[in-house]
Design a protein around this ligand. Structure first.
Ligand SMILES: O=C(O)c1cc(=O)[nH]c(=O)n1[C@@H]1O[C@H](COP(=O)(O)O)[C@@H](O)[C@H]1O
Length: 235
């Protein structure tokens, strides 16, 4: 695994232009803890594109949100860990106990180079109405806690959750369970499609381990300054 960053921010580079992604990464590298690459980028450019952006040293959060039968997810985790050595990768907690366990066991095969397995709970773009629309009769808070418990009980290292659920999960699942938090918006910035948001300082003081921040950095007029300003606000 790449080194563990001291800056808690992973910048999400959600781009389908390789040169732009590479340029952004080199401009912000000194001011971000790591880089998150996900479906948009990896589908376009594959593992070689990922390597072109993060090189050997930038901590990598590989966000492909695996959700499939256990055997397929275990294979995907092995392929990702062997090919790209990410610090962390994502699965959907709603894939269920056997799928979460299969992902955790596959990651464990990589010993000290294993990626952290983070389970996505309820997407930060979803609210209670969205949950109801997919047949879940619970508040986002209740559903996130249920899925976080399920993730912990089946060997995941932590969860992705919105800033509004950090304190509850931390209180219930203890200090070692990793909380990785998107839906972060510096004061005054555009919320876009995110519905459950807090500022970087609020999220860290509530107990987040890592923050995932995309557009407030990547769409800023000067991404390096935006990343540096956020990092300074947290130090
Ligand atoms: O897994 C994620 O990282 C994730 C989970 C979630 O519930 N909500 C969420 O926004 N994300 C990711 O976090 C990033 C947020 O980007 P911005 O909204 O641009 O800051 C995107 O790359 C999303 O894919």
């Amino acid at each position: 695994m790449r080194h563990t960053p001291s800056n808690p921010v992973f910048t999400a580079i959600d781009k389908s232009d390789l040169d732009l992604a590479r340029d952004l990464a080199s401009r912000i590298a000194a001011h971000t803890g790591g880089i998150k690459l996900g479906k948009e980028f990896v589908t376009a450019f594959g593992p070689d594109g990922v390597k072109a952006v993060v090189g050997d040293h930038i901590p990598l959060f590989l966000d492909l949100k695996f959700h499939d039968i256990p055997n397929t997810v275990a294979g995907a985790v092995r392929s990702a860990a062997a090919t790209l050595q990410p610090n962390m990768l994502t699965i959907h907690a709603s894939g269920g106990p056997a799928m979460i366990r299969a992902a955790a066991d596959a990651a464990a095969e990589f010993g000290e180079n294993r990626p952290l397995i983070l389970a996505v709970t309820v997407l930060t773009s979803m609210d209670e109405d969205d949950l109801r629309a997919i047949g879940v009769d619970a508040s986002p808070r209740e559903q996130v806690l249920r899925l976080a418990r399920l993730a912990r009980d089946n060997g995941a290292d932590g969860v992705i959750c919105s800033p509004l659920e950090i304190a509850d999960i931390r209180a219930e699942l203890g200090p070692d369970f990793k909380l990785v938090v998107p839906g972060i918006r510096p004061a005054g910035s555009d919320h876009g499609d995110q519905k459950r948001v807090k500022t970087p300082v609020e999220a860290l003081s509530d107990g987040a381990d890592y923050l995932v921040i995309g557009r407030p950095i990547t769409e800023a007029e000067d991404p390096a300054t935006a990343a540096r300003t956020i990092a300074e606000s947290l130090s």
